[in-house]
Design a protein around this ligand. Structure first.
Ligand code: GAL
Length: 640
């Protein structure tokens, strides 16, 4: 039976058993069918070393089973208990400044510490042994949001082994890291350290390698737990991805190791930007999943936090955002958390059952969404249709987080988000793709600020254009190789020939600066002294030292076209390149066989009449030629 998962993190160990019965009743009322249990329960499960208390979890799982709620059973390894830190002080993490953290929050461990790794495997094994055949189980959830970095001496040792594996010799490492600069040449492996806090600018390749290393190390930690679970269970195993600049995880690479890609999504914006971020996060998740279904493991039922304060989600937004994820391939909508905590660090985080209890707007909306989701289940396996892909490469993001760039305004994530936003504002669905992905199915591929690129990826992009694709390469692309070394002879090194341009000098703009373009558009952040060697000039800089010089170029290559955009363009300029027009209605299409499902999200205030035929799934109403989508509303239409 195809169904969409609905529910979220359930933390019954924070509550008296008398509350559990109400939980089960309310879950049934809300149509909840999956809860993540035990994700931060290590000290409840193993209150002292080797002493397990499974009785409460037995009763919780039995009760959930009786209520028809499936369980995503988590290993609690993102928060070791206090006794663990007492017995393993060497496993407490050390910051880049050399400060060893103490117990008192979560994620206070170093994943390189052997003591931590064996304890994590131990509790995972104990859970697998006890629950592998429990009938409530639907899925395993390893850890929570892998993403911590540590700079301790144990991490330094592991880093050295990783480097030895990558480079084979100090000589090769010295060459890759350009250690001749500032007398950093290594003659003994013991001298190689993590990029801890230092006097001035950090070595860019050392910095990037430390991220690459942590991604591999955390993946190894995940794999060890997965092996314990797999030995006893054939159920899907996953871990919930967290996305952020601090996260040293290559999610695209990890996707090969999870049975279902699962993400947590908390927009940092609270206005329309949150809708765009929702689309962005979901499109990224789908790309990690290789276009296959994935799962929204966590989102907020209520208030969003912009870092300063909470902003309540206005009525309807929770359901609209849930559908936005489902439209883009999520097989459900899960939340942190089921019941708002009475105390603890996140007591004011919203929940499906808020502090006010079930007699509340949020819970009424939760029940309404739970009632609507079954009618959408038929989309679960259909493929999302997109003609445009935007390139996303986490290594490029990491490289651009180094301290060596020619402008502090260069921001890879922001450049990719800008590109995504241009299409989103026109209601067009895009995929993300990795740098070496097969792009042949796309009409257009956008490559924002791909600063770091390998020869293979550059060749694959060239082949895409030669095969008839339209490639649009953004400013500050193709500059360095995977060792963060400049490709000489003129920027944008790796793409110079393909684009038919040569850049001798960067002209970064002030953070709030703009430059006029001859088309009437405007550029921000960045400009370059571009020579159109074998490309046609589409747009030029107006005024300043670059007056009259090419800003946007286009080159015919075989059947395809390769564009170069040397500044951060506005929507109007992008609309000219991609033939877009702004639309308040975002449209996402899914297709399976001869059937198409179209999701419409109206982000405007006024109702919009969209031309379509079929059946609207939530209301069950027939649609003949036209459908009214109210302001802030949404609809899903199945058409033959
Ligand atoms: C997630 C985390 C949850 C909860 C939530 C709050 O990143 O996995 O445990 O902390 O954030 O927004």
């Amino acid at each position: 039976m195809t169904r969409l998962w609905y529910g979220g993190d359930y933390n019954p160990d924070q509550w008296d058993e008398s509350v559990w019965k109400e939980d089960a009743d309310l879950m049934r009322q809300a149509g909840v069918n999956l809860v993540t249990v035990g994700v931060f329960s290590w000290s409840s499960l193993e209150p002292s070393p080797g002493v397990y208390e499974f009785g409460w979890l037995d009763r919780v799982l039995d009760r959930l089973y009786d209520a028809g709620v499936s369980v995503d059973l988590a290993t609690p390894t993102a928060s070791p208990p206090p006794w663990f830190s007492r017995l393993h002080p060497e496993a407490l993490p050390v910051t880049a400044d050399g400060v060893r953290l103490t117990h008192g929050s979560r994620d206070t461990y170093c994943a390189c510490a052997p003591g931590y790794r064996s304890a994590a495997v131990g509790i995972a094994r104990a859970l697998a042994e006890r629950y592998h055949d429990h009938p409530a189980l639907a899925m395993w959830h390893v850890h929570n949001e892998y993403g911590t970095t540590c700079y301790c001496s144990l991490a330094a040792e592991r880093f050295r082994s990783w480097l030895l594996e990558r480079y084979g010799s100090l000589e090769r490492l010295n060459a890759a890291w350009t250690t001749a600069f500032w007398s950093q040449g290594y003659s003994d492996w013991q001298d190689v350290q993590p990029p801890r806090r230092t006097q001035y600018l950090v070595n860019p390749t050392q910095y990037l390698d430390y991220r690459r290393f942590w991604s591999d190390e955390l993946l190894a930690a995940y794999r060890e737990q997965k092996a314990e679970l797999r030995a006893l269970s054939s159920l899907p195993i996953t871990t919930n991805y967290v996305f952020g600049g601090w996260v040293p995880v290559n999610h695209a690479q990890w996707a090969a190791e999870v049975d279902v890609v699962a993400i947590d999504h908390y927009p940092g914006r609270t206005d329309l930007g949150a809708e765009e971020q929702t689309a962005f996060g979901a499109d990224l998740a789908r790309s990690w999943a290789g276009g296959n279904p994935w799962l929204l493991m966590e989102q907020a039922a209520g208030a969003l936090n912009d870092g300063q304060r909470l902003h309540p989600k206005e009525p309807g937004r929770m359901a609209r955002n849930s559908l936005s994820h489902i439209a883009r391939g999520s097989t459900g909508s899960l939340f942190f958390q089921w019941r708002a905590s009475r105390g603890g660090a996140e007591m004011y985080h919203s929940a499906l059952v808020p502090h006010a209890g079930p007699s509340s707007r949020i819970f009424r909306e939760v029940v309404a969404l739970g009632a609507a989701l079954p009618s959408l289940a038929e989309v679960a396996d259909a493929a999302v249709v997109a003609d445009v892909a935007i390139l996303w490469d986490v290594e490029c993001w990491w490289a651009m987080q180094g301290t060596h760039l020619p402008s502090s305004s260069l921001d890879y994530l922001a450049a990719v988000q800008d590109a995504h936003r241009h299409f989103w504002r026109a209601g067009v669905t895009v995929d993300f793709a990795g740098p070496s992905a097969d792009l042949s199915s796309y009409q257009t591929v956008v490559v924002p600020s791909l600063y770091l690129v390998s020869d293979e990826a550059a060749a694959s992009l060239a082949a895409y254009v030669e095969g008839g694709g339209q490639l649009v390469v953004g400013y500050f692309s193709g500059i360095v190789d995977p060792d963060v070394q400049v490709r000489l002879g003129g920027y944008p090194g790796a793409f110079r020939e393909l684009l038919g341009v040569r850049v001798e000098e960067f002209h970064p703009l002030p953070a709030d600066g703009e430059v006029e373009l001859s088309s009437g558009g405007r550029g921000r952040l960045w400009s370059e002294d571009v020579e159109a060697v074998s490309a046609e000039v589409v747009d030029r800089y107006v005024g300043g030292v670059l007056d009259g010089k090419p800003a946007i170029t286009r080159r015919q290559v075989g059947e395809g076209t390769a564009w170069y955009v040397s500044t951060a363009i506005d929507f109007e300029t992008a609309a000219g390149i991609y033939d877009l027009s702004p639309s308040p209605v975002e449209t996402v299409r899914r297709r399976a066989g001869d059937t198409t499902w179209t999701f419409y999200f109206n982000h405007g205030d006024a109702q919009v009449d969209v031309p379509t035929d079929g059946v609207e799934l939530i209301s069950g109403a027939r649609v003949d030629g036209s459908l009214l989508v109210p302001g802030g509303g949404y609809a899903v239409v199945r058409s033959p």
